[in-house]
Ligand binder design. Structure first.
Ligand SMILES: NC(=O)c1ccc[n+]([C@@H]2O[C@H](COP(=O)([O-])OP(=O)(O)OC[C@H]3O[C@@H](n4cnc5c(N)ncnc54)[C@H](OP(=O)(O)O)[C@@H]3O)[C@@H](O)[C@H]2O)c1
Length: 221
């Protein structure tokens, strides 16, 4: 199995890399400059790439000839919550988060779609924060809007890649203790990644374009 993960140097991305290496896969791990935790891993089935998904100049490094699983994990929260309120969020913050969290995965799929193997899977890491149904607390304009837009993009990808037999899922990792959450969360990286990997193993039990949480439940959006 050939897996490519973006934002792979820390947090959930690094967790995915470790999970799939343990499972025997060959992994292409993309980081945007600092390899972080990747530096300590054995390179036998691990290939490192540089890829800043906010930019148009694409990846640096040797790409896999074919990809069975593409995990669009790279993402940012943007400014702290207090700076994403109705009174405080700036147009620039909206655009910056949108560029990484929504346009980023689109850039990655545009660059790699010809390499996606028939029967393969694209996983776009969104967030329940992007679900309008779930939004009862308001605020967090930049992150919510970017993750919501990623759900829409995933849905179009699901339709457009169906003829190539590529299945697309949006995933919600849960509230996971990583740098993004300041180390707070209900679950750890291992629990979240194990759950999402189980969903991805059973990806075709879900309609392509579905939004699925780490525990296998469908997320309305
Ligand atoms: N943690 C949660 O509770 C939670 C919940 C819902 C969704 N998510 C989503 O899960 C994904 C991973 O989050 P995390 O919690 O692991 O966050 P994290 O610890 O902050 O890690 C984010 C990763 O994304 C990379 N990244 C950021 N901007 C990038 C860019 N322009 N190009 C390439 N890579 C970039 C970072 O690379 P650097 O090391 O170079 O900065 C880092 O590897 C994100 O999409 C996030 O929105 C997380």
């Amino acid at each position: 199995m050939r897996v490519l993960v973006t934002g792979a140097g820390r947090g959930l991305g690094l967790g995915f890399v470790q999970h799939y290496l343990r499972a025997g896969a060959t992994v292409w791990a993309a980081h945007r400059g600092d390899p972080g935790g990747l530096a300590a891993l054995e390179r036998k089935r691990l290939h490192l790439l540089r890829w800043d998904v906010s930019r148009d100049d694409g990846p640096k490094g040797v790409l896999p000839p074919a990809i069975d699983l593409l995990i669009n994990n790279a993402g940012i929260y943007g400014p702290p919550k207090a700076q994403q309120a109705l009174a405080t969020v700036t147009p620039q913050a909206m655009l910056d988060v949108f560029n990484v969290d929504c346009v980023g995965p689109l850039r990655v799929v545009q660059a790699l779609h010809a390499r996606l193997a028939p029967g393969g899977v694209v996983a776009n890491i969104s967030s329940k924060m992007g679900s309008s149904t779930d939004n009862r607390s308001g605020g967090t304009y930049a992150y919510r809007a970017a993750k919501a837009a990623l759900l829409v993009v995933s849905r179009s990808m699901a339709v457009d890649l169906a003829a190539r037999e590529v299945h697309v899922l949006s995933l919600h990792p849960g509230w996971v203790a990583t740098d993004m959450t300041g180390g707070r969360g209900l679950i750890d990286v291992q629990t979240s990644v194990a759950g999402m990997a189980d969903v991805l193993r059973r990806a075709r039990e879900y309609e392509s374009g579905a939004f699925v949480a780490f525990d296998g439940s469908l997320v309305p959006y």
